[in-house]
Design a protein around this ligand. Structure first.
Ligand code: MG
Length: 371
């Protein structure tokens, strides 16, 4: 090899190395890039439900770049399903080559294949789903709600969630949520009565209650729900453990407010079996594996005459904004995950007196404000 050819070869290798191992692409196509990282979100208050208690949450963040456009996505692993951000990151690293070679315009097919390849990692799948839809929206110059044909003025009013705490802190949290017309109260531990008493000592607002599978038998669930009815509670989420569908049907016939399936319902195919036991379902992007399956869940629930709540895990504005784009399709929204944290790395959906104000910039409409 002549010296000049050798130098040219070295220069080409150096240029490729500068691009780094994260960039790849088929010949003739603009290279794709994929950045997968974990961010720690700090909670304003210790967050306690029947599932867990913590001062922070780690979520998975995906940046997908092709043709000079970057799509952003996030997934919040769900403790109940033994998911965490590091496990999700590892799972996505295992499909990096597939994602870099895939055609992002085929996002529905790509996400379906990812779901097949990564069983038990729906939050990580959702992070990719959001990044691809953000990318597609940006490439087309339209916000996600417009891609879906939805009216942003019909975006829902969200509840503010009050996690399980001492009566003193519960009162403080309710006062901090003064702007919100509805509150969602987490119950399911031995402190339910004290929690409701603390809430009712400072507000008369309509309440929604989430038991997170906390009541262990059907008689207890009926007793608690009948009592909650007298406290101005308008619906109850997941009163019994997810597998107790027959017992939930028994409970439903003895109470007077709607029951919603959350932990019992992850994807569209499960919904028909829940129809007799629940009045509605809770759709979450981290549970469904992203927008594509969330839309199927909403369509199946509607076809069966069921109501829809769109909810969330503790997440940044990235996930919450994506979910807010779907909220015109929901009867209820519980999209406050970004309001529970103190170091949101994105700006996106705004919340004014509980109403979700969708951004009108292309894609999800979220902007990274911290690196
Ligand atoms: Mg719930």
């Amino acid at each position: 090899m002549k010296r000049r050819e050798l130098l040219q070869g070295m220069a080409a290798a150096a240029a490729a190395s500068a691009l780094g191992p994260r960039l790849a692409g088929a010949p003739g196509r603009a290279a794709a890039g994929l950045d997968i990282r974990v961010r720690r979100l700090l909670l304003r208050h210790q967050w306690t439900t029947t599932m867990s208690s913590s001062a922070h949450r780690d979520t998975l963040h995906v940046r997908y770049t092709r043709d000079g456009v970057t799509g952003l996505g996030e997934g919040a692993g769900i403790v109940r399903y033994r998911q965490d951000a590091l496990g999700g990151q590892k799972a996505l690293e295992g499909v990096r080559d597939f994602l870099l070679a895939a055609d992002p315009w085929h996002h529905a097919k790509v996400v379906a294949e990812l779901d097949r390849r990564l069983p038990g990692q729906r939050a990580a799948v959702s992070a990719v789903d959001l990044a691809l839809l953000d990318w597609a929206g940006k490439r087309q110059g339209v916000p996600l709600y417009r891609l879906l044909g939805l009216d942003p003025s019909e975006a829902a009013v969200t509840t503010m969630s009050i996690g399980i705490d001492t009566p003193e802190v519960t009162r403080l949290k309710v006062q901090e949520a003064a702007d919100f017309p509805f509150l969602k109260i987490k119950v399911g531990l031995a402190t339910d009565e004290a929690t409701l008493d603390a809430v009712r000592s400072v507000t008369k607002k309509p309440l929604r209650v989430d038991a997170n599978e906390g009541w262990t038998n059907k008689e207890e669930a009926v007793r608690k729900i009948n009592w909650l009815e007298s406290q101005g509670v308008e619906l109850v989420e997941q009163p019994l453990p997810a597998h107790m569908v027959e017992e939930a049907r028994w409970v439903r016939s003895r109470v007077h407010i709607p029951l919603f399936a959350d932990e019992a319902c992850h994807s569209a195919k499960e919904i028909p079996a829940l129809r007799e036991a629940f009045d509605g379902i809770v759709v979450k992007l981290d549970k469904s594996g992203g927008v594509h399956e969330a839309l199927r869940m909403i369509e199946v629930a509607r076809a069966l005459g069921m109501k829809v709540m769109i909810g969330c895990m503790v997440s940044s504005s990235c996930t919450i904004t994506a979910a807010a784009h779907l909220s015109p399709l929901a009867d209820y929204a519980d999209l406050d995950g970004h309001l529970l944290i103190s170091n949101d790395p994105y700006a996106g959906v705004r919340v004014e007196k509980g109403r979700l104000i969708l951004p009108d910039s292309p894609g999800l409409g979220v902007r990274l404000t911290a690196d």
